[in-house]
Design a protein around this ligand. Structure first.
Ligand code: FAD
Length: 491
């Protein structure tokens, strides 16, 4: 077995991993990053779009797994989109260099300050709103669509109809910033450059336009010369050694998922950034197989960020439908957060099926009144989730209220076309929590009961943040790594 020594190791190349890598590399540290997914840029393999799913469509599956589109058969390949199925909830995650940034919709939303303060009472929110959030908006290249373009472009009819209907029903709408380059989008509309958002590319990766992490944080980190990214390297488990260093068992695969070599990595400092579910799997599995110490807060305070999908079909398409041409990049949202009885935020989501399906799709983000818990199942050797209908009661009530109010004002029915009973309580894109900042870790993400182990990803956020989470994950990671470096944790 090959044994590799690396002083600082990062597991995972999503938001938390990419921020940590850049700031450590800038501080002159040599960093090795292990990512189970493929380095798509290096591979030269193009991403596929939603209407013609190919290699990038799914992580080692025989069928596509994008919601409403699981109809295409595939040859198993280390694709960008994975789905982890639990008893009452399915969780979608990104795989590959760039993590979730490869597959997500790019919605770059800063949380409401009042809610941020409620979720993180111990953080200096002023510093976050004056420094960390502006910093990550700049690094992630967040921008906003031009209003005139939005008004004129046929690919945004779904947004215009969605907003007009929301207003008619008495809801407030907001413009949603994104990391997709809207200058590029205007050019693609004029056919001056290859199309991506207007060519149904998003959930299996974008070939153009989207500033995913490989174009921002990771690119900058690689430019320092201090970062090495090893893709197709799956960390199986971690062992704590007597001298407080760590040993990782790692399986290198090819793109069919077949093991090509088994490796052992030894490191002095370890950063877990495998995403909420990946980090929890590694900690709890390592605990089971290696007596790896885990604090009793690990797995607690898990939530789905209030994700609740729902939709409407029009009986009589009063608004003329949502359009057969649809951009994959959402730019509109409905903000009902201030309503004390039914607080929620929802994205006016595209449904680019290549035809006018006269259907409106919404991903609601609610409060999480009752948190769940992640635990380890020794039989399957995988994590399980204590999460059921009692956790989503209020989310369902909000979705019901929203759909009824929209239908009363605009016509239409709850979407039985998209969901069995009209509701998708089991759809989760935003798993958060389980290693909560200040509870399972110290105030900067260093895990309790450990001297050299840090968690920097979505698991630090206690199950809810009220908006799409990657801006917050990135800002928290910036805050933690800055302070960890300042405290000389990595000398
Ligand atoms: P991730 O980005 O999940 O990165 C973790 C990485 O670790 C992955 O690349 C994974 O392959 C790797 N990894 C895991 N386990 C191992 C292991 N054992 N060994 C090696 N590598 C490992 N959020 C928004 O804010 N806006 C949006 O518009 C939005 N849209 C979304 C759409 C979809 C379809 C999905 C799935 C998510 C969306 N999200 C969105 C959520 C957002 O992408 C995630 O919250 C974010 O990516 C989480 O960041 P992270 O740093 O915690 O980990």
């Amino acid at each position: 077995k090959e044994i590799i020594e690396a002083p600082i190791l990062i597991i995972g190349s999503g938001y938390g991993g990419a921020v940590s890598a850049l700031r450590l590399c800038e501080a002159g540290k040599k960093v090795v990053m292990l990512e189970m997914g493929l380095n798509w840029e290096k591979s030269g393999i193009p991403f596929s779009n939603m209407l013609k799913p190919g290699k990038s469509a799914a992580w080692l599956k025989k069928k596509t797994i994008a919601p409403f589109m699981n109809i295409f058969s595939l040859a198993p390949f280390t694709g960008t989109l994975d789905r982890m199925d639990f008893e009452n909830i399915n969780i979608w995650v990104g795989r590959g260099v760039g993590g979730g940034s490869l597959v997500n919709g790019g919605m770059a939303v800063t949380p409401k300050e009042s809610y941020f303060k409620e979720v993180f009472p111990d953080l200096d929110s002023e510093k976050f709103y004056s420094h960390y959030f502006p910093l990550v908006q700049k690094e992630l290249k967040v921008n906003v669509i031009g209003e005139q373009f939005l008004k004129d472009c046929p690919y945004y009819k779904f947004t215009r109809v969605g907003e007009a209907e929301a207003h008619k029903a008495g809801f407030k709408t907001i413009r949603v910033p994104n990391v997709y380059d809207f200058q590029y989008m205007e050019k693609e509309y004029r056919n001056e450059v290859p199309r991506s958002a207007f060519n149904t590319e998003v959930i299996y990766g974008n070939n153009h336009g989207k500033n995913s992490l490989d174009k921002t944080y990771l690119k900058k980190a690689l430019e320092t010369g201090n970062l090495e990214i090893l893709d197709l390297h799956h960390v199986e488990n971690i062992k704590l050694n007597g001298d407080k260093t760590y040993t990782l068992q790692v399986r290198q695969t090819d793109t069919s998922g077949t093991t090509v070599s088994e490796k052992e990595f030894n490191c002095k400092k370890l950063i877990l950034a495998a995403g909420t579910m990946g980090t929890l799997q590694l900690l709890l599995h390592s605990n089971a197989v290696n007596h790896f110490p885990v604090h009793d807060q690990i797995g607690k305070n898990w939530g789905n960020n209030g994700n609740f999908m729902t939709g409407r079909n029009w009986v009589k398409p009063l608004s003329g439908g949502t359009g057969s041409k649809q951009s994959t990049i959402p730019v509109g949202g409905i903000d009902n957060w201030e309503d004390e009885e039914h607080p929620f935020f929802t994205e006016i989501a595209p449904l680019p099926m290549g035809m006018d399906v006269a259907t409106a799709l919404y991903l609601l983000i609610n409060r999480v009144d009752k948190k769940g818990e992640v635990y380890y199942d020794p039989d399957t050797k995988k994590i399980s989730l204590d999460w059921n209908q009692t956790n989503t009661v209020k989310m369902r009530e909000n979705a019901d209220y929203f759909i009824k109010k929209m239908n009363r004002a605009n016509g239409g029915t709850r979407s039985h076309f998209l969901f069995n009973n009209g509701f998708g309580a089991n759809v989760c894109y935003h798993p958060l929590g389980g290693c909560v900042l200040g509870k399972a870790t110290n105030e900067y993400g260093k895990l309790k009961d450990h001297d050299n182990l840090y968690v920097l990803d979505g698991s630090l956020i206690p199950g809810t943040i009220g908006v799409n989470p990657f801006v917050t994950i990135t800002a928290i990671a910036e805050y933690c790594i800055e302070n960890l470096i300042r405290q000389n944790e990595f000398v």
